[in-house]
Design a protein around this ligand. Structure first.
Ligand code: NAP
Ligand code: ZN
Length: 349
């Protein structure tokens, strides 16, 4: 065991603060990583504040991790000391259920181990996330980071990137498809970049007029304000696919009306309170309302390689560890351009 520095929430209504935790000594297949950057996902906030229920305090959030391998166990073959690697939303799974054998570890039938606020596969060791100087992860769940990308911009790919890439691939987005993205935050800005790189005609749907210029720079072909009822009416029946990344309560019926016949809206945003969906919103036009959870390890590597090929990273604002509480407030108020990333060297000082 090694004692490492971290930042934790001790209870829902308290700010995060310094916390020491023990990381295991690397086992035969383990990789120990010195964390360089850790992204700040809205899920970290939902969890730290117990908005979904079930938070195990103290909780150390962080599941968008980039770092340098500092030690490896004797049976590790995939990574070497000094390699730049990534860790995302989960750190293990059962490895033998149907979903695990089909590279869908995120839907492990026996319960995958999330990077924080979860249990390892022994079902008793609590996991602690990336707001810390080091982490130890079994090699299969450690990703190779392509060499040509700036590392602070890579960190958010490990959650925001794969969470948006996976449904775009699953629903087979191709050149010319009309895709709308709701909510221009961490997930939303990655959805815009990835969908436009796949050749889609992308419309950004936002409640924030000041984000219009950025949406265009990120690759959106159109920007529409969701707060304007005339705009919403004009877009009825327009889209093949809607990627909904909104973190708070929002009117799903209003967005379903914007789908073409057989259109699909994918819920990625996980507001603590769900809006009511009327059957008519789905029946008229044979529409689908579906959800999607991050992406498997193989697909995450594919996404990182796709980003390297297309020169895609997240637009980030790098912060020091002790600015985390302010970053949470700014994320909640929508003042994020478009992901906060913690420079983990600031925790070592
Ligand atoms: P974020 O950076 O805070 O972005 C969310 C965006 O949604 C905001 O920037 C804002 O965009 C819009 N928004 C927020 N509250 C709203 C409200 N009440 N009404 C209308 N629009 C609102 O959050 P994120 O990190 O991208 O995460 C988004 C959600 O996805 C969170 O709920 C998170 O837990 C979830 N998530 C899910 C997965 C998964 O696997 N499914 C993975 C990661 C995260 P505009 O200003 O443009 O309107
Ligand atoms: Zn996340």
């Amino acid at each position: 065991m090694t004692l490492v520095k971290a930042y934790a929430a001790q209870q829902a209504d308290l700010p995060l603060g310094p916390f020491d935790l023990e990381r295991r000594t690397p086992g035969p297949k383990d990789v120990e990583i010195e964390i360089l950057y850790s992204g700040v996902c809205h899920s970290d906030i939902h969890t730290a504040r117990n908005e979904w229920g079930g938070t195990k305090y103290p909780v150390v959030p962080g599941h968008e991790i980039v770092g340098k391998v500092s030690a490896v166990g004797p049976e590790v073959t995939k990574h070497q000391i000094g390699d730049i690697v990534g860790v995302g939303v989960f750190v293990d799974s059962c490895g033998h259920c149907t979903n695990c054998s089909e590279d869908l570890e995120q839907y492990c039938e026996n319960g995958h181990s999330q990077t924080y606020n979860s249990f390892l596969q022994d079902k008793k060791t609590i996991t602690y996330g990336g707001y810390s100087t080091h982490i130890v992860v079994t090699e299969k769940f450690v990703l190779k980071v392509p060499k040509n990308l700036p590392l602070e911009g890579v960190a958010p790919l490990l959650c925001a990137g794969i969470t948006t890439y996976s449904p775009l691939r699953h629903w087979k987005v191709k050149k010319g498809d009309k895709v709308a993205v709701v909510g221009l935050g961490g997930l939303g800005h990655m959805a815009v970049k990835l969908a436009s790189a796949m050749g889609a005609e992308v419309t950004m749907l936002s409640r924030s007029p000041e984000k219009a210029k950025d949406a265009g720079r990120l690759g959106a072909h159109h920007f529409e304000l969701t707060t304007n009822p005339e705009n919403m009416k004009k877009m009825a029946g327009s889209f093949h696919l809607i990627i909904n990344t909104v973190s708070g309560q929002n009117d799903y019926n209003a967005y379903l009306a914007l789908l073409k016949t057989d259109g699909v809206m994918v819920l990625l945003g996980a507001p603590p309170e769900m809006e009511k969906v009327s059957a008519g919103s789905l029946i008229r036009g044979r529409k689908s309302l579906v959800g999607s959870l991050v992406g498997g390890i193989k697909e995450t590597q594919e996404m990182l390689d796709f980003c390297a090929e297309h020169g895609i990273v997240s637009d980030v604002e790098v912060i020091q560890m002790d600015q985390i509480n302010e970053a949470y407030e700014r994320t909640i108020s929508g003042d994020v351009h478009y992901r906060f990333v913690i420079d983990m060297a600031s925790l070592k000082k």
